[in-house]
Design a protein around this ligand. Structure first.
Ligand SMILES: Cc1ncc(C[n+]2csc(CCOP(=O)(O)OP(=O)(O)O)c2C)c(N)n1
Ligand SMILES: CC(=O)[C@@H](O)[C@H](O)COP(=O)(O)O
Ligand SMILES: [Mg+2]
Length: 588
């Protein structure tokens, strides 16, 4: 059979196809996605689930003139392939290649950049209102948003506003009953009732003044095309509810939707995940968090855990399996997670609130207003701190030190390794006088023997890891292990000292003063933004006590770091081993 996808270079090429051809195209598009993601990795299940919807949208609407927004954007692989990026799709998420998310700078078909969830309805309303104000009355505006993302506060804010406008916009609710993990909450129950026909008369979206249509089968191309054509002619805010299967078309991905959200490499025929080698690997930081929390919570009934929609990614799933009554997945609701944690703490609970560093950005006011001002000792565990790799700038957790360091009352800790992570978790649950943010990176650490008995840390205390006479390297967090490697490569040169600062705030003032007095060359190293970060804190400190020395800060520069393998990104940011080593060597 002749290939149809081969001849599709842009959505214009779809317009002349028959429905039968579109159905064949869906088969080929799925195969193409599976082919590439099986070897290059990336998000899989979400894109497989919207293959028919993607084709139907580009067939019916006149993109890029009509505006099409993909919420989160992890489901937009088919969209990228149909919109002139088929030939470069194999570079997806790789350094120098295309982004794994829609990106305005990458293509005129990417109407709005996404990555964090639930932004699409607000952006779409903005575009639709802008069109009205500027007389672009023919333009259509469409957002595709998942069932987990539409339950987020920001999406509700957008719906609530849109419902009192006559903006020409269509929200396509892609309901597969899944987030990364199974969707949660009352809205999920409501949507299930709609699907099973047991919902009450009133429709929640109609109550919000949307023209509601559905639910329809999101894998039925003719039905999708017909319904989109019909809705195109209706004015005002509209919502089309489509039912899809996450991972559609690859049996293993349909059966195990959580794993196949982003499965890594797999066999494209069988779906079987690529086996890992036999080498013993250090555990992931997230697993050290998840397992340590269970260990602590089994001994203390006051401990609870919270995750906003990331039970698997954060490994809170271990607590959800073992002590379900004290572990809460609140959905994609970072703001709610933070304030709920604050509420629990007011009543004496010990709350571990685990949020990816990048997603805590959404709850910044709650951290200040609900936690820090009231000095409530919430224990924030910020996973994915630092550069996260292939997800790129929307997901790098590089701003947390800067945006948290200026908040009074807040302790900030960046443990060197898994053992220090356990120790600070242990210390925090013993009872602190302040809230604390414990940040740790994506992936694996270095220590394998992480299950040592936990011990109490002194808050604010730094440590000398290696003596030296001329040059002091001050690091915070696991990037300190890179310094150890550099020192090994330099035969532990007696001129170089290395200090570990697990606490960024409060900082170890006595130790800092000693270092500032003793050394002429001072270097700081962190995997966060140099502006306002750990090194910046040292500059402030030195200035405050009137010591003026040249302090070299290695941190993320004032630019958004692209996507790619973490080591490549370290180089790009100038915080890789070679860059630091070369800087040090000039003084030897
Ligand atoms: C603000 C924010 N919190 C968390 C995430 C992590 N995340 C990415 S996809 C996803 C689930 C999205 O589910 P849904 O919207 O239903 O789309 P589906 O994957 O089912 O297509 C989550 C929680 C995110 N991208 N943004
Ligand atoms: C799209 C999205 O936001 C998530 O799927 C994210 O990519 C997960 O990141 P981790 O792979 O680090 O859990
Ligand atoms: Mg979903």
């Amino acid at each position: 059979m002749k290939s149809i996808l081969e001849h599709i270079n842009s959505p214009i090429d779809l317009k002349t196809l028959s429905i039968k051809d579109l159905e064949q195209l869906a088969v080929e598009l799925r195969e193409f996605i599976i082919d590439i993601v099986s070897v290059k990795e990336g998000h899989l299940g979400a894109s497989l689930g919207v293959v028919e919807l993607t084709i139907a949208l580009h067939y019916v609407f006149n993109t890029p003139i009509d505006k099409l927004i993909w919420d989160v954007g992890h489901q937009a692989y088919g969209h990228k392939i149909l919109t002139s990026r088929k030939d470069v799709f194999e570079t997806n998420r790789q350094f120098g290649g295309i982004s794994g998310f829609p990106k305005m700078q990458e293509s005129e078909y990417d109407a709005f950049g996404t990555g964090h969830s639930s932004t699409s309805i607000s952006a779409l309303l903005g575009m639709a209102l802008a069109a009205q104000l500027q007389g672009k009355f023919q333009r259509q505006h469409i957002a595709v948003i998942g069932d987990a993302s539409i339950a987020s506060g920001m999406a509700f804010e957008g719906l609530n506003h849109a419902g009192v406008t006559n903006a020409n916009m269509l929200v396509v609710l892609n309901d597969n009953a899944m987030g990364i993990d199974p969707s949660v909450g009352a809205l999920k129950k409501y949507l299930t009732n709609v699907k099973t026909g047991t919902a009450k008369e009133e429709n929640i979206f109609e109550c919000l003044n949307f023209h509601y249509s559905g639910p329809i089968d999101g894998h039925d191309l003719p039905a999708l095309v017909n319904e989109l054509e019909r809705l195109k002619k209706i004015e005002g805010p509209k919502l089309l509810h489509v039912i899809t299967t996450k991972g559609k078309g690859l049996q293993k991905a349909e059966e195990n939707q959580v794993t196949y959200h982003a499965p890594g490499k797999f066999d494209k025929q069988t779906g079987e995940l690529q086996k890992k080698g036999n080498t013993i690997e250090a555990p992931k930081f997230q697993d050290v968090f998840g397992k340590t929390l269970v260990e602590l919570a089994l001994n203390n009934k006051k401990i609870v855990g919270i995750t906003p929609a990331m039970p698997t990614g954060s490994s809170l799933k271990y607590m959800m399996e073992t002590i379900p009554e004290r572990a809460f997945d609140v959905g994609i609701a970072e703001q709610h997670a933070v304030t709920m944690a604050a509420g629990m703490v007011t009543d004496g609970l010990i709350v571990f609130c685990n949020i990816y560093s990048t997603f805590l950005q959404r709850a910044y006011d709650q951290v200040i207003h609900d936690v820090a001002i009231q000095n409530l000792p919430v224990i924030f565990c910020l996973d994915r701190a630092g550069l996260v790799g292939e997800d790129g700038p929307t997901h790098h957790g590089v701003f947390d030190i800067s945006y948290l360091r200026c908040i009074p009352n807040l302790i900030i800790c960046s443990p060197l390794n898994e053992i220090e992570l356990r120790n600070i978790m242990y210390t925090a649950q013993l009872g602190l006088d302040h809230p604390i943010a414990i940040r740790y990176p994506r992936g694996r650490g270095q220590e394998v023997n992480w299950q040592l008995p936990m011990k109490k840390l002194n808050i604010g205390e730094g440590q000398l890891l290696k003596e030296g006479s001329e040059i002091a390297i001050l690091s915070t967090g696991p990037i300190g292990n890179m310094v150890t490697e550099i020192l090994n490569e330099l035969d532990n040169n007696p001129a170089i000292a290395h200090y570990n600062f697990p606490f960024i705030k409060p900082i170890d003032a006595a130790l800092l003063e000693e270092i500032l007095q003793k050394f002429n060359h001072i270097i700081t190293l962190e995997d966060g933004s140099a502006i306002g970060g750990f090194g910046s804190g040292l500059l402030e400190f030195a200035n405050n006590i009137g010591i003026h020395k040249i302090i070299k800060i290695f941190g993320i520069p004032d630019s958004f770091i692209t996507h790619g393998a973490t080591q490549e990104l370290y180089k790009k940011a100038g915080i890789d081993k070679m860059s630091v080593k070369q800087y040090v060597q000039q003084f030897l």
